[in-house]
Design a protein. Sequence first.
Length: 208
Amino acid sequence: MHLRPLGVDAVSGRFDFDGALSLLEVGGDPGAVALGDLVQQGTAAVPTLVEALSSPTARVRAWAADGLGMIGDRGAGDALAKAVEDDDGTVRSTAAASLARLDDPRAVEALVRTLNDYTDEAHSGMSLSAYALIGLGTRIAPVVVPLLASDDQITRTRAVAILRKLASGDEALAPLGRILDGYDPTVTPEASAAPARSAAEWVERNLQ
């Protein structure tokens, strides 16, 4: 257990943002602790974390995106939106989830684009972006329903999982949940076209 934040200079007692950034690059426990220390600094740490989004190490970029989301400074929105274009799927989905934490208007589109980027290993039907979409509530149903007709089975599986989760927690969406009882994401889009179309029609009538 360290007695002071790892990013605090032992002589001056001031937080050493450059030192914390270096510890992020080290990784492991020191990097994780440094990230926590940076988040505790609040908005003062935003420039350091934005800089970390340019790290050559994907893990550091993902940590930085997560840290910016935890701090919640909307001024980081542009940097996170750019990170959604990252080469690494974990970075992309973490950045998208952090945009949602910031209530950034670009969040929903970013979450849909990164829906298949970071799978929950314990629940293969879910992903980080799927969980973040669920967290946004009923308002995202009109965006997710069209994904039921996707050519990609994983996308269809996650879309119906999101919608069923929303329906289970909102009585107003119970009729949508019943429609989705007849939807099977493992068959071809053509074979599941009828319930997908019914779901889209219900959403159009009731949520738009």
